[in-house]
Design a protein. Structure first.
Ligand SMILES: [Zn+2]
Length: 272
């Protein structure tokens, strides 16, 4: 009986941790978007450094944790790598098709504002609904990634949550700034920004449900999760840093990127 209660407690903690992590990530991203309203100029200057940190954390989490764990569980076989590459191609295909059909991008620009060029950065004919729908699809994948990671190990779970928080903060700020730019009233823009993150709980629930029924399915989601992190870091985020031309800021961005990767190595080494 005591054993049973103990097992129930461990299960409850295992389910509560990813839910808590996802809630924290969404709260931080929405709060960041809300803060953007008050101190836009100051926050926008910091964004490239948050993006740099996110690139480091995403790359290191994918390459040092998710992929090695996938190979441990599935073996170093072609299918593991095919799933990683397949996830990258699938995300590219989804974003491109969404862009062509709706006329909006999945990851809005978050760089420094430049008044006269702003219209070139804004996807032509971007519609608020399409923009939020794209972010909703993205946050579904994020929520699933958190659940996969927590089912693998709590340490990888928290690292994944950090990787997601760091890229969701600039992503959601970008959404919010673009909505305001599209003349969406502020309260509605904030509401839409909040809705954009809600499907992450659906992704989380789907994976927890699948994991409860067959634990072996989760291992196959690890290379997919790694592929999505590699894609977000290299395709969505790195190009945003390429616009910087001042040496001191480039060096600071590289430092932040290295610090992000170093943080993952550090957390990975804690407790062996
Ligand atoms: Zn994300």
């Amino acid at each position: 009986m005591h054993q049973e209660r103990r097992r129930a407690f461990i299960t409850a903690v295992a389910i509560a941790a990813p839910i808590l992590a996802t809630a924290a990530v969404q709260l931080a991203a929405t709060l960041a978007a809300w803060l953007l309203r008050a101190r836009e100029a100051a926050l926008r200057r910091q964004l490239p450094y948050i993006v740099s940190l996110a690139v480091g954390v995403l790359l290191a989490t994918a390459l040092l944790h998710l992929l090695p764990e996938a190979i441990d569980q599935l073996g170093n076989r072609r299918l593991t790598w095919a799933l990683t590459g397949g996830a990258m191609v699938a995300l590219f295909a989804a974003e491109r098709l969404f862009f062509v059909i709706s006329g909006t991008g999945a990851e809005p620009e978050v760089g420094e504002p430049c008044a006269e060029h702003h219209h070139q950065h804004t996807p032509q004919g971007a519609k608020p609904a399409a923009l939020i729908l794209a972010s909703m699809l993205h946050s579904f994948v994020d929520g699933a990634a958190v659940a996969v990671a927590f089912l693998t190990s709590p340490r990888i779970g928290w690292l994944t949550a950090l990787a997601i928080a760091l890229h969701e903060i600039p992503h959601r700020m970008g959404d919010f700034a673009l909505l305001v730019h599209l003349k969406v009233p502020l309260p509605r823009a904030l509401r839409l920004t909040l809705y954009a993150g809600l499907p992450s709980f659906l992704g989380l629930a789907a994976v927890l449900f699948a994991g409860a029924h067959s634990a072996s399915t989760i291992a196959w989601l690890l290379p997919i999760s790694a592929g999505s992190f590699l894609y977000i870091a290299t395709v969505n985020l790195l190009p945003e840093l390429e616009r910087e031309s001042r040496l001191s800021r480039v060096l600071l961005q590289l430092t932040c990127l290295t610090a992000g990767a170093g943080l993952v190595v550090l957390v990975g080494n804690l407790g062996g």
